[in-house]
Write a protein that binds this ligand. Sequence first.
Ligand SMILES: Cc1cc2nc3c(=O)[nH]c(=O)nc-3n(C[C@H](O)[C@H](O)[C@H](O)COP(=O)(O)OP(=O)(O)OC[C@H]3O[C@@H](n4cnc5c(N)ncnc54)[C@H](O)[C@@H]3O)c2cc1C
Length: 305
Amino acid sequence: MTDFDCDVLIAGGGPTGVTLAVLLARRGVKVIVAEKEADIYPLPRAAHIDHECLRILQEAGIVDEVMSGSRRASRYDFLNAKGDVLLRFRGSEQIGPGGWPIANMIHQPSVEAALRRSLSAFSNARLQGQWELKSFVDDGAGITAQIATTDGEREIRARYLVGADGARSPVREDSGIIFDDLNFEEPWLVVDVLVDDYSRLPTENLQICNPERPTTCVLMGEGRHRWEFMIKPGETAEQVSDDAFIEKLLEPWNVKGAVRMERKAVYTFRARIACQWRKGRVLLAKRRCAPDPALCRAGHVFGPA
Ligand SMILES: Cc1cc2nc3c(=O)[nH]c(=O)nc-3n(C[C@H](O)[C@H](O)[C@H](O)COP(=O)(O)OP(=O)(O)OC[C@H]3O[C@@H](n4cnc5c(N)ncnc54)[C@H](O)[C@@H]3O)c2cc1C
């Protein structure tokens, strides 16, 4: 079979898949992005992007939009339980080797919306919502993929398939690519808030290294802030997600009346790296994280690999 519907079929229309689609489309490559959900996930997830990631987003044509909605912390402090500084990073607003500020706090859905707008300008690329990749065959000359759509199942023939399908990655699994597990697995409670009064919030990013309850407090994109609390052994997701429990956790921060909760979620941080990034005509594209799992969790670094 030599007739191709596209050069590259990308499974997954998250930030990685859509960024890749824009970069390929700019180079004249015919791309289809198959995304199983109808819309962008509307709640905040990744909090931070670095100068290298901004450089990629610059090429994707959205850097001004991302910069206008992002914020930079005055510094990044690791404090002990008494509030003594253990470690201090300054200069997140300074320009890094990528040509953009070193550390930028963002609102992921806004970045994704900007990426999708950028992609829509290319006639050689399209994103199909409610298209779920069900299976695929690599015959050496191309990929034949079965996609479930709202109009029933359809077949797409592509020269290459890219799995930009998130952490669980059915494409990785179906390709038989295993991952190297660095054995880091910690469930944390993530609390995102909308800010009514910034004067009551820290201007720096904080890691509170208190063994009683390790806590992260970071800026997000414009209008938002985030806390993350380590869930202690014996505590359940249900217990820590209770509003009264969260109110107690936030008490020392004295932000009652200054913020409104947007979302609470138990998020398990893991450190796993695919052992292989290409198998035949199948490639994986995943977010990049800091090399050390603890730094990765604390650093909130994400960017298309
Ligand atoms: C509560 C929470 C907090 C987080 N905080 C941070 C943080 O602080 N820092 C950080 O770096 N990251 C954080 N993350 C993770 C962050 O969301 C990811 O880094 C980012 O979304 C990865 O982008 P991606 O495009 O690679 O994958 P995803 O955003 O997961 O996108 C993958 C897409 O593939 C689609 N898909 C999957 N299977 C198929 C299929 N078979 N067919 C078609 N489509 C498919 C999915 O619907 C999804 O839209 C957080 C996540 C959550 C839930």
